[in-house]
Design a protein around this ligand. Sequence first.
Ligand code: ZN
Length: 57
Amino acid sequence: MRKILKCRECGAYTLSQKCAKCGGAAGTSAPPKYSSEDKWAAYRRRYRFPEGNASAS
Ligand SMILES: [Zn+2]
């Protein structure tokens, strides 16, 4: 299975690492790692399950 790459110069999709349109460098169009998302997920988890359940008392 071929990876679809995206030109970083003009944004065109290409199958080679060199853009056929402008000759710019193309890379994977995969989004960056969701490190920030994970960070916020941790915050959400803390909100949903706070330490010391208030409703228990
Ligand atoms: Zn290009």
